[in-house]
Ligand binder design. Structure first.
Ligand code: ADP
Ligand code: ZN
Ligand code: ZN
Length: 818
C-alpha cells in the first residue's frame, strides 16, 4: 500500500500537492501539521497537511517529504475550511491564504535569511551542539540562508533547530524589522535566602543596632507589603510606600539582608494587574446590552450603532465577560494598531491577563507566542485583540467576534492576495463556530446599515453619550468668504485661531485634522473655490500631473488642464493638497510656545511611536495634535475641547463612489474626539462648501439623512449594496501589450456576462513600479448568482492566461472592491 499526504505550499499556486510518506509517517501525521517538502529545483518549503490518503497523483510522480516539523497540529480544521472559503470567495490561491495566515516564523523556507539578534545575550552553555554551530557561524558572517545551515550542519533536517534558535530569541528572520525598543527591566528585591528561616529572621531584627533603625523599618515595611499584596515587590514600590531612600535599600543589599533581581516586563503582556473594578453601565448602555442579547437569540450578527463616546467599549466588555464565563474565546478586531494601546489597558483592567494582542507590528516571536496560546486554548489568550489578520489564529471555540469601527476601510486587505474583508470573513468564521458577531460604529458603512435595517442583521442604537455629555457643537467656516475678507493666516481662519487661543487659555488641548492621503490632488480655484467636475458624472475631476490632464474615473472623460477657472475666469488655480507638515509649521509660527506634535504615517513608523504620541497627549505634555485620519479612530482623550478640520473639501472630492460616505464618517469621527467628558466640545470645520449636503449632515449629526441619500445614489449608479463589485487590475511593463490585453479581457467579459462591465480604465496612478495599469470593473446585481459569475470570470481568466502573447500580463482580482 502507498501512503500520501495532501499539502498546501506557501506559494501563489491554485492547487494542493501530493507527497509520498511511509506507513509510520502516515500513522503519525495529522491534518494541520507542517511538513518540510522539496519543491521545484532544490527548494524546501513549509507545507501544511490538509489530508491523508492513498491515491497517487495522476499528473506527476509524488516526491517524498523532507521531514515532519510538528508533533501536534498547529492549524485546525476550522481554519483550513475558512481558508478555503477565503480562497474561493475572494478568487485567490489557497497558497496565498496560507502564506498570509501563518506568522512567517512558522513558515521557514529555503530562501529565508537568518541573522543574529543584537538585543539578546546568549548563554552558550544553553545551546545544543547544532545550535552552537549556527551561532558560531553567525559570529563570522552577518546572515545565513537555510541552505548554508544545511551545509554547516551537514544534515537535511535543520528547520527544527532553526525554530529553536528563533524561540530562544537568538536569531531572527531577515524580513523582520529590528525593533528599537528594548524590553524594560524592573528592579525587584527579596529577602536573602538565609533569612527564610524564622529564627534567623528574628535574630536579624534583634540585631539591628540603634543606628540602623531606618533599615529595620524598611525590612518591616517589606513584610507588610508582602503580606498585603502577595506579589514581587519592586524597589520603586517599596521606597515609595516606606518613604525611604535608595541608599537604605542599597545598605541592606550590601549587608545581604535583601537581594536584588530583575524581571522583564512581559513582552506581549502589558500591565496585567487586574484592578478590581466593577463595571456599572448607564441605563442606556444596559438597555443596549439587553437588546443585543435579544438579537443574538435569533440572529448571528448585530450592529451596535452608538454615537461617539456613547461607551461602546463598556458594552463590549460586558458581553465579552458573558462569553468568557462560558469558557468561550473572544476575538476583538480593530481597524488599526493606533487604537490597541488604549483598548488593551482598558480591557486588562477588567480581564487581567486573559487578553492577548496580535497584529503585524509585533515581532514574529510575539506572534508565534499568541498563536500557540490560542492553539492551546490558553486562558492567556482567551480574548484576542487584533487587526484583521488575527482572524487567521487557531481558534477552536469562538463565542463572540467584535468588529469595532466596522466601517473602516482598513478591514479590507488590498495587496497582496488574499484581498479579503475582515468584517465579512469574520461573519463566515463565526458561522462555522456558531458564534456571534457584534459590529460597532458611530458611523456604520452603508452596506452594514443596509443589512441591519433590512433585517439580515439586528440593529441596536445608542443615541446619547456616556454621562449625558452633549455631542460637540459644530461651527462652519466658509473659506471662500474668509479668504475674500482676508480673515486667514495661511491655512488658518481667524475663527479657528481664536478658538485655539481660547482653548489654551482654559488649559485645554486641541486636535487639528488634515486629511492627506496618497492620491493625486484636485484642481481648485483660489478665487471662487470651484473644483472642475465631470459633465457626465457627479464627481470632480482628478488632476493627472503626468499627462497634465483632468480625468473622470467613472466614465473616462478627460480634458487638458485648464489655464483659468471655468466659473470666474481667474488664473489663480492651483492643485490642492497641503499636508499635515505644513499645518504643523504654520501652527508653530502662530503659537511658538506650544508643544505641537504630528501624528501621521511619517511619525508613527516604529512599534511604540503611536504609544509615545498618545501617552504624551493623554498626559497633557502635548498641546496640539495635528494628524491625518489616524486621529479618527476611536481615541479617547478627556481634555480635548476643540477639534479643527482644516479642509473638509479635499475629502469630498475624491473620485470614488464612497467619497461622500467616507467624508461623513471621517468628519463625524474626528469631531467625536472633542468634549468627551463633562464640558461640551467644539468643532470647527473649514470648508468652501458650507452648504454641501454632507457638511450639513455632519453638522446636524444626521446619519440617517446621509444614509438615505447615499443609498439612493448607490442604487442609480449601480454600486453596493445593490451591486457587488469585482475589480480586475491588469498590469504590464509594455504599454501596448497592456492596452491590447486589457481590451481583449474586457471584450470577452462583456460578451460572456450579461451584467455591467466597465473599462478598461486608466487608474489615478496608472503606472506603479514601471508597470502600466488598467482596471476593469464588473458590477453584479444582487439577483444574479455571484458564484456562477465568478466561475465565468475564472474561466475567462484561464483562457486569457493561455493566450500566448498575454501570458506575461498580470491580472489581479479584487472581489467586493473597497
Ligand atoms: P465610544 O467607543 O462609544 O466612542 P468609549 O467606550 O470610548 O466610547 O467611552 C467614552 C468614555 O466614557 C470613556 O472615557 C469611557 O471610559 C467612559 N465610559 C463609558 N461607559 C462608562 C461606564 N459605564 N462607566 C464609566 N465610564 C464609562
Ligand atoms: Zn473660480
Ligand atoms: Zn464622468
Amino acid at each position: 500500500m502507498l501512503f500520501f499526504i495532501e499539502v498546501i505550499i506557501p506559494l501563489s499556486l491554485p492547487k494542493t500537492f501530493t507527497y509520498k510518506v511511509s506507513e509510520t509517517e502516515y500513522a503519525f501525521i495529522k491534518k494541520g501539521m507542517r511538513i518540510a517538502v522539496p519543491f521545484g529545483k532544490n527548494k524546501i518549503y513549509t507545507a501544511l497537511v490538509i489530508d491523508l490518503h492513498q491515491t497517487a497523483p495522476t499528473l506527476y510522480e509524488a516526491k517524498e517529504i523532507h521531514q515532519i516539523l510538528d508533533e501536534q497540529p498547529i492549524v485546525n480544521e476550522f481554519q483550513i475550511n475558512h481558508w478555503f472559503w477565503i480562497a474561493s470567495y475572494y478568487m485567490c490561491n489557497i497558497g496565498d491564504v496560507y502564506r498570509g495566515a501563518l506568522p512567517s516564523a512558522l513558515l521557514l523556507e529555503s530562501e529565508t535569511i537568518l541573522s543574529q539578534r543584537q538585543d539578546t545575550s546568549v548563554n552558550q552553555a544553553d545551546l545544543s551542539d547544532d545550535e552552537f554551530l549556527i551561532y558560531e557561524a553567525l559570529q563570522h558572517q552577518s546572515s545565513l540562508k537555510i541552505q548554508n545551515v544545511i551545509d554547516i550542519l551537514n544534515k537535511k533536517t535543520v528547520l527544527p533547530i532553526i525554530q529553536k534558535l528563533i524561540n530562544k530569541n537568538i536569531i531572527s528572520l531577515q524580513e523582520e524589522i529590528q525593533e528599537e525598543y528594548k524590553p524594560k527591566l524592573i528592579r525587584y528585591i527579596r529577602l536573602h535566602e538565609q533569612y527564610q528561616q524564622e529564627e534567623k529572621l528574628i535574630e536579624l531584627l534583634d540585631n539591628f543596632n540603634k543606628n540602623a533603625n531606618k533599615q529595620k523599618e524598611l525590612v518591616l515595611q517589606y513584610f507588610q507589603l508582602q503580606a498585603l499584596e502577595k506579589k514581587p515587590i519592586s524597589v520603586k514600590h517599596l521606597t515609595e510606600t516606606a518613604k525611604a531612600s535608595a541608599a537604605i535599600v542599597k545598605a541592606l543589599i550590601d549587608k545581604q539582608v535583601f537581594e536584588e533581581y530583575y524581571l522583564q516586563e512581559d513582552r506581549v503582556n502589558f500591565h496585567k494587574n487586574k484592578v478590581d473594578y466593577q463595571l456599572s453601565l448607564s441605563e442606556a448602555q444596559q438597555n443596549a446590552v439587553n437588546q443585543i442579547e435579544e438579537v443574538f437569540v435569533e440572529k448571528e450578527v448585530c450592529l451596535l450603532h452608538g454615537v461617539t463616546s456613547s461607551g461602546k467599549t463598556e458594552i463590549y466588555t460586558q458581553l465579552i465577560e458573558q462569553y468568557i464565563n462560558q469558557g468561550k474565546q473572544v476575538l476583538y478586531l480593530l481597524p488599526e494598531i493606533a487604537l490597541t494601546t488604549q483598548l488593551v489597558s482598558r480591557l486588562t483592567q477588567y480581564f487581567g491577563n486573559k487578553v492577548a494582542v496580535f497584529h503585524s507590528k509585533y515581532s514574529n516571536n510575539e506572534r508565534v507566542e499568541v498563536w500557540n496560546q490560542v492553539l492551546a486554548s490558553s486562558e492567556k489568550a482567551q480574548i484576542v485583540i487584533g487587526a484583521r489578520s488575527a482572524l487567521f489564529l487557531p481558534f477552536s471555540n469562538l463565542g463572540l467576534i467584535i468588529v469595532d469601527e466596522e466601517h473602516e476601510a482598513t478591514f479590507k486587505q488590498q495587496d497582496p492576495a488574499p484581498r479579503y474583508h475582515a468584517r465579512d470573513a469574520a461573519i463566515v468564521l463565526a458561522n462555522a463556530h456558531q458564534s456571534k458577531v457584534l459590529l460597532g460604529s458611530a458611523t456604520p458603512s452603508i452596506e452594514t446599515y443596509y443589512n441591519a435595517t433590512s433585517g439580515k442583521f439586528g440593529l441596536v442604537t445608542l443615541k446619547e453619550r456616556f454621562g449625558k455629555v452633549q455631542l460637540p457643537e459644530i461651527q462652519l467656516v466658509d473659506l471662500k468668504d474668509s479668504y475674500f475678507r482676508k480673515k486667514m493666516k495661511g491655512h488658518f481662519s481667524i475663527t479657528l485661531i481664536e478658538a485655539i487661543t481660547e482653548a489654551f487659555a482654559n488649559g485645554e488641548q486641541v486636535i487639528l485634522f488634515q486629511n492627506r492621503r496618497g492620491f493625486s490632488p484636485v484642481l481648485e480655484c483660489l478665487t471662487c473655490g470651484h473644483v472642475p467636475q465631470c459633465p457626465q458624472c457627479d464627481v470632480s475631476l482628478t488632476y493627472h500631473k503626468y499627462k497634465n490632464q483632468l480625468r473622470c474615473h467613472y466614465c473616462g472623460y478627460n480634458m487638458a488642464k485648464p489655464k483659468n477657472c471655468h466659473v470666474c475666469s481667474s488664473v489663480d488655480i492651483e492643485t490642492k493638497g497641503f499636508g499635515t507638515e505644513q499645518i504643523e509649521l504654520e501652527l508653530a509660527g502662530l503659537f511658538p510656545n506650544k508643544n505641537i506634535k504630528r501624528m501621521d504615517q511619517d511619525t508613527t513608523r516604529g512599534k511604540y511611536s503611536f504609544e509615545k504620541i498618545i501617552d504624551g497627549f493623554k498626559n497633557r505634555e502635548i498641546d496640539v495634535l495635528v494628524g491625518t485620519q489616524m486621529l479618527a479612530k476611536g481615541l479617547d482623550f478627556d481634555n480635548v475641547s476643540l477639534v479643527g478640520i482644516m479642509n473638509a473639501d479635499n475629502m469630498l472630492y475624491h473620485p470614488d463612489f464612497r467619497a461622500f460616505e467616507r467624508s461623513y464618517q471621517m468628519m463625524t469621527q474626528v469631531a467625536g474626539r472633542a468634549g468627551r467628558s463633562e464640558k461640551r466640545g467644539k468643532v470647527i470645520i473649514q470648508t468652501y462648501n458650507p452648504l454641501h449636503n454632507i457638511i450639513q449632515q455632519v453638522t446636524n449629526n444626521d446619519y440617517e439623512g446621509m444614509y438615505k441619500e447615499q443609498l439612493y445614489e448607490r442604487k442609480i449608479y449601480y454600486y453596493p449594496p445593490y451591486y457587488r463589485l469585482i475589480r480586475l487590475t491588469v498590469k504590464h511593463r509594455d504599454f501596448e501589450k497592456l492596452k491590447e490585453g486589457s481590451v481583449w479581457l474586457y471584450q470577452v467579459l462583456k460578451q460572456n456576462l450579461s451584467i455591467p462591465v466597465l473599462g478598461p480604465e486608466e487608474p489615478a496612478v496608472s503606472r506603479i513600479r514601471n508597470e502600466y495599469i488598467r482596471t476593469i470593473m464588473i458590477k453584479i446585481p444582487a439577483e444574479t448568482s455571484l458564484q456562477a459569475t465568478k466561475k465565468t470570470i475564472q474561466k475567462i481568466l484561464n483562457s486569457f492566461d493561455s493566450v500566448a502573447q498575454y501570458r506575461t500580463v498580470k491580472v489581479t482580482v479584487n472581489v467586493d472592491f473597497y
